[in-house]
Design a protein around this ligand. Sequence first.
Ligand code: 13P
Length: 249
Amino acid sequence: MRKALVVGNWKMNGVRSDATDLATAIKTGFEDNGADIAVCVPSVYFSEIDSLLAGTSILLGAQNVAEHDSGAYTGEISAKMLNDFDCHFAIVGHSERRSYYNDSNESVARRYSQSLSQGITPILCVGETLEERESNETFSVIDQQLDAVIDLAGIESFAKAVIAYEPVWAIGTGKVATDDQAQEVHAYIRNKLAQLDAGIAENMQILYGGSVKPNNATALFAMPDIDGGLIGGASLDGDAFLSIYQSTK
Ligand code: 13P
C-alpha cells in the first residue's frame, strides 16, 4: 500500500518572517494521520526552517538542485549543500523551471541524479502545456520527460523518487484538472513504469499538482493512482495546507 504524501511548494513568496510564521503555523496545527507531509521552502530560509521543524515529522525540501556536483556555477545550490541540512526532498523539473529557466529534459535528469547521489528524494515534475494537450501530445510529452530520466538514472532509481504530474495549464490558474483527467495521466505514468518494473510502478508515489485546494483535494486524492499532492498557492496558508493534508485517504 502506497503512503500518501502532501508537499507544499512555497515558490518565491514572502520574506523571512512569513516563512517562519508559516512553518510555525503548520507545526502547531499538524495532526499526523499516517500520511507524509513536507514543505519545499526558499533556500535562504533553509537553516531557520530546518531548526524550526526539527523533532517534528514535517519534512523539509528544496525547490530545485544544481545539475553539477560543485564548481563555478554562480547562483546554483548543490545537492551536497542541501545535505548539510535535514533535506528530504528536492523538486526537479518544475514547469516554472522548465519554461522560465530553460531546464531541459536532460538537465532535469542530471538534477534528479544529483539529488539521489546525496540521498535526497527527487520530486520529478512532469506535465503538458495547454497547447500540447489540445494537440493530443500529452502522453508523448510525458514520455519524453520520463525517458530522459530513465535513460540517465535507470528505472531502479525510481524506487527512491516521487513523481508529480502537474499540467502546466492548471498551475496557479485556478483551473484544476478534473479527477478523471488527472487519473488518466497518473495511470498512464504508472503503466509506463510497470512495463519496465512492476514492483517499482506499484510502489511509486505519484502526486497531482495544479490548483489543489481544500475543496477539491478529497476527490482528487480518492482516485486510485493519485497518491497525494504538490501544492502551490494553497500551501502558503497554514490552515488550507493542513486541510489538504487531512484530505489524504
Ligand atoms: P498551484 O497549487 O498554485 O496551482 O501550484 C501548483 C504547483 O506548481 C506546485 O508545484
